[in-house]
Design a protein around this ligand. Sequence first.
Ligand code: NAD
Length: 362
Amino acid sequence: MEKNIVVIKGDGVGPEIVDKAIDVLNKIAEKYSHKFNLEYVDMGGCSIDKYGVPLTDENLEKCIKSDSVLLGSVGGPKWDKVAPENRPERGLLKLRKEMKLYANIRPIKILKSLEYASPLKESICKDVIDFVIVRELTGGVYFGEHKFEVVNGVRQATDLMVYKEDEILRIGKVAFDLARNLKKPLTSVDKANVLHTSKLWREIMNTLSKEYSDVQYNDMYVDNAAMQITANPSQFGVIVTENMFGDILSDEASIISGSIGMAPSASLSDGSIGMYEPIHGSAPDIAGKDLANPIGTILSLAMMFRYSFGMFNEAEAIEDAVYKAIDEGYRTADIMPKHNMMTYLYKQVRCSEMGDIIVSNI
Ligand code: NAD
């Protein structure tokens, strides 16, 4: 197969982790005789430095016309004082909106050999913890009207949260289809006891559940979901929720797998095009030091093969290569046992070494 992939390295650790994912991509191309045409595009702080904006229209167009986008991360303290409408993250929001990437898929898994790195108790980790968060990505409060104003001499701020029923319905279908394919239960998370957007959300999800009678379904309030993810995460199969709740819950959930550096994500549209990125940010504290964990990015690439290209063997080859590296004891600093006994079982490696080991495992 031949595919056109836009690669956005971004800022901070972005270039280091994306370089390793590209090594993996090249190995897959060689092994399975595919041709991947890569186009490198700037977004985020590096684009602000070059072009004055976080994403130029020309680069946006390249992303829209591609078969898929691989992204590192954007942002960093250098651009903290940039005007809000021109911050690095605005490039990301623009890309999500313009590429119509409304479904964010974030798998959460605790590997047996990484249980020690999880902040959860051993008694909780012993159960199989393997679930997926489906987060609505282009609606809700992040995309509503934001304003500062002074009313009767007092400053006030407003962020408007809006959901249209078709937005809820389409993300609901993605989640129900995924739960059906994975043969896992679905939990819809909302705040229907307080928010009108959540009342509409719950009503539509419940109606949809009747069409998917083979999928075990329940509703849960977001405050309870935040507790359940740490107290009893093995109960979850697929979680579907709106944009801001999903942002918060998926970061909480990612840390139970040991490190934010391990967690991949896919952002999907109605077509096959998607954007694939680790869930972490640009990690400015470790940028340029060859310390970052590239696994979240490499597993995101595996998701690209599975969700956008339908290349399941290639996706599995990447995932198996990652799990083999972990099982063999290779650890980047973030997942190295800290005060632990038996550190002789593990070998601490740099970002570049971890990438090379994964490539050699394919
Ligand atoms: P962060 O995810 O960058 O870092 C949080 C902590 O996790 C840091 O200690 C960091 O060293 C560590 N970490 C992150 N990725 C790692 C990896 N691959 N390997 C090892 N350790 C890793 O979050 P932050 O510090 O809140 O944000 C830094 C910048 O990134 C900010 O400018 C923020 O706006 C931006 N950001 C970008 C994205 C994105 O590009 N999608 C997402 C979140 C934050």
